[in-house]
Design a binder for this molecule. Sequence first.
Ligand code: PFF
Length: 455
Amino acid sequence: MQDRQSIHGSWASRWTFILAATGSSVGLGNIWKFPYIAGENGGGAFVLMYLVCIALVGIPIMMAEVLLGRRGRQSPVNTLKDMAIEIGTTKRWAWIGLCGVAAGIMILSFYSVVSGWVIAYVVYAAEGTFTGAGVEQIGKVFNDLLADPQELVLWHTLFMIVVAGTVARGVNKGLEAGIRVLMPMLFALLLLLLVYAITAGDFAAGWDFMFHVDFGALSWEAVLIAMGHAFFTLSLGMGSIMVYGSYMPKKASIGGTVLTVAGLDTLVALIAGLAIFPLVFGNQLDPGAGPGLMLVTLPVAFGNMAGGQIFGFLFFAMVAIAAWSSAISLLEPVVAYVVERYKIGRTSACVILSGFVWVLGVGALGSFNFGSDWSFFGFNFFDLLDFMTANIMLPLGGLLVCIFTGWWVGKKITADELNMKSELVFNSWFFVVRFIAPVAVAIVFIANLWQKFAG
Ligand code: PFF
């Protein structure tokens, strides 16, 4: 089984995998979601929990996903199925992959809606809508956008067409060249924005908010959110990284590669926070503003700085690109599965699946207008999709991947696939995957349920 080739293609080199996996993990999660959930959940203590989750749970699970993918060389469902057959256990482990397929479709539907907001903002920035505007004016721009289902559907549709078009063209074509240029540009722009925040905002207050740890401000729910976000931001628990691993060259070292990807992802999230919060405090805005943080607060800064029009345009264009390179990784495992399972072409699979995602997305964007009074367990539909996936399905998927890898696949196969130079490092990883990560995920889940139940 180890010498298989994927029918879907393979990355040219280890670096291509790093770029693609970084493209997958760096996205709206880093620039839009991380700053606002850190803002809502008290700052420093939350950021610390997030870092602990990345190190203790995220990185080891990412290694597990990549190694399973590379060994199985198929969509996550079939990779897990064949691994289960290889080790002589029940094929039901493939259900983790099926749950991932559902999660991918659900995440992509609301992800595409948010990406649509970002595309709208690219246009607004180019038109000079933010120039000289205050918080109230820009708040109105955002609220007007949310209240207009037609405009939201337009941007959502455009984004889905671009994403489906890219995935339909295959793993190699277009993607690699694009990512190679765009990822460094994203980094450069974020750094530029950071410099602006240091000079124009209240950097000390922003820094203090992000790194001053006050555990009193931390609830179990915040820990669950931090953990869920670690999965979301690293694209774990639903098969994105597993399917990317299945296109990875055999010789590449998994450990170093995964550390690079996770390191870059974390760096982007921290820089995004350090670029946004100084501006928030400098303008006496609310760090707990929620999802509008990037879409109301930042444009205020752009609208009031020299060169802000072009800079704001470039910033939102970069965010859209980051969203695009993540969205394709949400669709890829689902498409790979449908192609394998139903023996249909990639293009047909993309059309059918993205149509499905599109419909769900229209439901999600309705939460802000025509469906604002639909309520599911106290959530609107958009928030339900977000909560169910990030806080339940991804951690659960990750937990099961851990258990499968640590307890079923076992030492021999994982050691062979990881091929680490240091036995100590390998044993530590194996211990974490067997004990620490699953226990940590389980504790956070149970504590959270307990708190909800008791409180
Ligand atoms: N990691 C992406 C982000 O941070 O925006 C989102 C994402 C992609 C989540 C792929 C899950 C996934 F499987």
